[in-house]
Design a protein around this ligand. Sequence first.
Ligand code: ADP
Ligand code: ZN
Ligand code: ZN
Length: 660
Amino acid sequence: MTILRVALDIPLPRLFDYTVTDALPEDVGRCVRVPFGSGEKVGVIVALAESSEHDKLKPAGEILRGMPALPTDWLALAEFCSRYYQHPLGEVMAMALPPQLRRGKLPSTRKSKLVPAAEGPPPLLPELLLEQTHAVAAVAAGFGRYAAYLLHGVTGSGKTEVYLRLIEQVLEQGFQALMLVPEIALTPQLESRVACRFPRARLVSAHSGMPAAARAKGFIAALEGNVDIVLGTRLAVFSALPRLGLIVVDEEHDASFKQHEGLRYSARDVAVWRAHQCGIPIVLGSATPSLESFFHARSGRYRLLELQRRAVAEAMPTVRAIDTRREKLQDGMSGALLTALEVRLERGEQSLVFLNRRGYAPVLACPSCGWVSRCHRCAANLVVHLADRRLRCHHCGLEEIIPKGCPSCGNLDIHPFGRGTQRLEETLAARFPQARILRVDRDSASSPKKWQALLDTIHEGRADILVGTQMLSKGHDFPRLTLVGVVGADAALFAADFRAPERLFSQLMQVGGRSGRAALPGEVLIQTEYPTHPLYQALVAHDYTRFAQAQLDERRAAGFPPFTFQVLLRAEAKKLDDSLAFLKVAAESARSLLPAGVTLYDPVPMRLYRVMTLERGQLLAESASRPALQAFLAAWAEKLYLQKAPRDLRWHLDVDPLEF
Ligand code: ADP
Ligand code: ZN
Ligand code: ZN
């Protein structure tokens, strides 16, 4: 009798053994139905064994041989994630597989026939600029060997063109290519660009917004080797690709590559590991690389490839910081910005006013008693949404009708305080009644369809002034957009999160890059009370490297990543005391394991300590040595799984956390 070792989607760090009579070595990597509790589950066969440390094993059910086995490199990838992020292997695999497959449902059309996207003549390709040629040659010379490249180039410098040339070459050699992009919203646009470029290639996308059947079908086709290019968001990094030859991660700095629940993985980091494991090149591209990647490029771990200028537009936009300290703003806008908007209206060009805060105002308040609109489930304010007359919590979704008077003292004269996109839209409409104003944020683009409609409106020139959040900052070309105004950005300069300046810089660089992307020159005006702040100065000078270097110096002095590695243990329960008590015990058990060079801090409440009625605390461990931290973590996690906790308490580990 043989024993199957099965990874099941159960929050326990172990495998489950079952007996079986007909298993073959090639069944490793196949899905299998097994009895579990009073029901049945589908798991992945990780190994065959002769004996088990458990007794009274149950017999396994059907081995799903209708689907090819997951290859060993895929299993190794899942095992790496399980080890590195201290997350049960079965849960890792369940997350990495499309939902249908994890339930053991195979796509109905068995021989997944993928037809190339389009027929037609090969597209005309632009002649590469010198730096592009160099970048392509550098990477292509290393096909078949691991190397990580950081492709640094401003928006419009032709990074995508470089990816496409590399994909072309790798396909010609019979390999598969994997391309990761940060947002679902960006995939259709890129998909059509890739499909046009490779009319004969078999292309599939992979992102969570796809219909389940299509995703399962694409996954299996890739696994069978019947796909040439997989294009997708972070989860696409788990595509099974037997002939993988190249990985591209576009906008590698983007925070959405990191998953914030369940397996808290960074798709970029996992992609680098995967490239290393497969012995292939990986290209990480960005206009504002993450400080981690920039640091690796500096230290020689990654090779730096730079594209210094834009491929099409003549010049970079002019960036100016508008000093708002001495000016009386008109509804939050400076004279300079208003004039610039007026000029664009006269010329029939588009403008964008960027404010990264949706809603009408961040809070409703009573000036007489000091009442403010608070969410009773979260440690946060309710945001005023005047468009549908609601107060809304941006953390838990709680909605309330806007009260007529102060709920606390009855005062009828209560006001929205501060400014969000809806208020800015209202202000601009009053100021420029002749202009067509379009607000673009998560509220106005609440579905892919609405989002597409907004994009169409912009592209067809049916909008003069766009008011938008960072939704607008990514990946889109608006040829008639020549002015970007930035308001309300200063707060991020002094935020408690040490990554806030890095995010602000990249956001402003990206949003500024929306202007002047075609023949018309662009201008960026940043309203600020700190016009001489080094961050703004670096933006004015278009000098990412200066900014990144200064940030690295600060991080080194403060002992922050990338100079240290971090892991957070978080706990949440109905009562903060329970969360903190759990963390305290965890800290005590950690102390007995703590190797030299790993620092453990005290448990603290999280900054946003209450969300959805759950109260949260966290505990930070840190080390300058990743191996030391990893070794400690493995031993610690074992203890955590055994630690007693109140029933309503949940905990998780976040390795390389991005948010605190
Ligand atoms: P990025 O990805 O860096 O934003 P893209 O690759 O999308 O840049 O290029 C920006 C624009 O310039 C695109 O319209 C692209 O077709 C064009 N482009 C890129 N490289 C060249 C080139 N060598 N010659 C002419 N046009 C180019
Ligand atoms: Zn009041
Ligand atoms: Zn809430």
